[in-house]
Ligand binder design. Sequence first.
Ligand SMILES: Nc1ncnc2c1ncn2[C@@H]1O[C@H](COP(=O)(O)OP(=O)(O)O)[C@@H](O)[C@H]1O
Ligand SMILES: [Mg+2]
Length: 314
Amino acid sequence: MEYAIEISGLTKKFGNFVAVDNLDLRVKVGEIFGFLGPNGAGKTTTIRMMCGLMRQTKGSIKIYGYSIPEERNELIKITGYMAQRFSLYEDLSVYENMEFFGKLYGLNGKNLENRILELLEFLDLKDVRRRLAGRLSGGMKQRLALGVALIHRPKLLVLDEPTAGVDPPIRRAFWEYLRGLNKEGTTILVTTHYMDEAENCDRIGLMNRGRLIAEGTPKELKRRVFGGDIVEVVLHGYVQEGTLEGVANLKELAYRDGDTVLRVVLKDASRELPALLRRIDGMGLKIISAEPINVTLEEVFIELVTGRIEKVAL
Ligand SMILES: Nc1ncnc2c1ncn2[C@@H]1O[C@H](COP(=O)(O)OP(=O)(O)O)[C@@H](O)[C@H]1O
Ligand SMILES: [Mg+2]
């Protein structure tokens, strides 16, 4: 099977308000798919429909070929879901929480025990297995929530803002676990606010006001939004904008300490930069430096969401 998730025309209305608007989305088996977008974009609503927790107003959802919500019982067996606000049982221990959720999934006896031990090991929770969940640190709680979502060895893991409000080192560590799971074959759909995390994803879907406004690999998105790679070229002295017309695709021109700073868009900097520098040099301008700019996904996201670019061709 090629797609773990196939969504088409998915719509959710709350009264007159359209929270999810005719959404088409496909996630391939084996991918880490990052589902991004500002607060209120409709990410959680989409996930809740995908997991059969809320019925769609319109549209079709297939998870590993199962139609949702009709075949929700099949879905539960193959999907692990970590909700935005996950509630562990604070007065149960780490082990007991896993045991409790494992039994809900129909695991028991030696099978369940072995699975719990395996997860405690994987998530570095072995030493705190008897500690009450309510007494765990933030990072440990988050790992326990992940452990609970993984108890039945799901093929698809759905995580709704698993790292919200967590410190950067813990977020990085959490992503190590996600990458480890993904290497072993788990397909992952994850929402996040943190653009640095989104760089870890194979593909990203950017949602705004209920719609998917862009989709692609991080690299593709950057190139599409800016029309290519961006290179910063510093020229000696004061060079007027008109001088470079037709020579370079200028995105920005500014002056710094009496020098001229250009931001130039090239379709593929590694191929086109030398020729551009030769052209500039040929005009008798003195090049001080030329460096590719590492555009962050945050910048891509701002360009897209502020509506400067209405819709990126998919
Ligand atoms: N049960 C509900 N009733 C009415 N409006 C809702 C409900 N759930 C979500 N919404 C609204 O739908 C929009 C999308 O919310 P949500 O899916 O939670 O966004 P996100 O997860 O991207 O922040 C928001 O404007 C939110 O207020
Ligand atoms: Mg949400």
